[in-house]
Design a protein around this ligand. Structure first.
Ligand code: NDP
Length: 285
């Protein structure tokens, strides 16, 4: 598997498997199939409610721990009593226990809300103790990312953000590269929104290569150096998505796909006060 080198030298697979919206009861079976397909990068979060099932699949897989790359994410901590750092360390330990692991490969701040400076300090501590190989963020817009970098010792290794053909983030990817932050796509297929799998531009490119639209989208991301973590509960799609690194898109095809960019989220904008309110009201700890 092709890897990217993070800003601290850690190697991360460019293609992995996401488990958002997979019901807890199905997750062990699905992740077992994903690992058997060849996926080694697994992406979960405390808010997905399926860390324990991911851990059970890992334990039963027989794959050596050092051959896996496991990511989970910290949900927004209640910091009204000023103890985001302690709360983060507790949440981390709970995640690790649910996953049945003794270290994480990547730990992300899931949302840029609340006392994420306190959270970052705690994560920095855990990183320095060797309990996490790399720390990063998700859903950080440029101003928040630069602010975090300017006021802390450690620069996030990764920023996991919505990235797909309809919201491509090319300029932001360049800015992040200058900062030393690796872009990772969430929602590589935009969860099928905008009729992605039947899009005429993507379909024509897929036909030209004898590939599927899903494979074209993943190749477009990985050719750009974007880490992708597609989700599927179906083994045939897991295999199809995994088998997407063996062809090359032409410059003309890359340009055609660039033309699909709307420059806007298909989900919600993390700078929208209503979104901040809605997400901040959720608790998963
Ligand atoms: P995706 O863009 O990966 O889309 C998943 C959907 O596409 C599912 O409905 C799946 O259906 C379908 N699908 C998958 N492969 C194919 C294929 N080859 N052909 C046709 N349909 C296909 O959405 P996600 O939101 O799941 O994003 C991926 C991962 O990113 C998540 O699982 C999670 O790990 C992460 N994420 C992180 C977020 C964050 O805030 N940091 C937010 C959202 C996601 P089926 O399962 O039936 O095959």
């Amino acid at each position: 598997m092709q890897t990217v080198t993070l800003n601290n030298g850690v190697e991360m697979p460019i293609l992995g498997f996401g488990v958002f919206q997979i019901p807890d009861a199905d997750t062990e079976k699905v992740v077992t199939e994903a690992i058997a397909t060849g996926y080694r990068l697994l992406d979960t979060a405390v808010s997905y409610g399926n860390e324990e099932a991911v851990g059970a699949a890992i334990a039963a897989s027989g794959v050596a721990r050092e051959d896996l790359f496991v990511t989970t994410k910290l949900w927004i901590q209640d910091s009204r009593d000023g103890s985001a750092e302690d709360a983060t360390k507790r949440s981390f330990e709970d995640s690790l226990n649910r996953l049945g692991l003794d270290y994480l490969d990547l730990y992300l701040i899931h949302q840029p809300f609340g006392d994420y400076y306190g959270e970052w300090r705690a994560m920095t501590d855990l990183y320095r103790q060797g309990l996490i190989r790399a720390i990063g963020v998700a859903n950080f817009y440029p101003d928040r990312l630069v602010d975090l970098i300017e006021h802390n010792e450690i620069t996030p290794a990764v920023n996991q953000i919505e990235t797909h053909p309809f919201f491509q983030r090319a300029e932001y990817q360049t800015e992040m590269a200058e900062l030393g932050v690796q872009i990772q796509s969430w929602g590589p297929f935009a969860e099928g929104r905008n009729n992605l799998f039947a899009d005429p531009t993507l379909t024509a490119i897929a036909d030209a290569h004898g590939k599927s639209v899903g494979q074209v989208v993943l190749r477009w991301l990985t050719e750009r150096g974007v880490i992708a973590i597609p989700k599927s509960v179906r083994p045939e799609r897991m295999a199809e998505n995994f088998d997407s690194l063996d062809f090359t898109l032409t410059d003309a095809e890359m340009t055609a796909i660039a033309g699909l960019d709307t420059g806007e989220s298909l989900f919600f904008d993390h700078r929208d006060p209503e979104a901040v309110r809605r997400l901040s009201g959720r608790s998963y700890n």
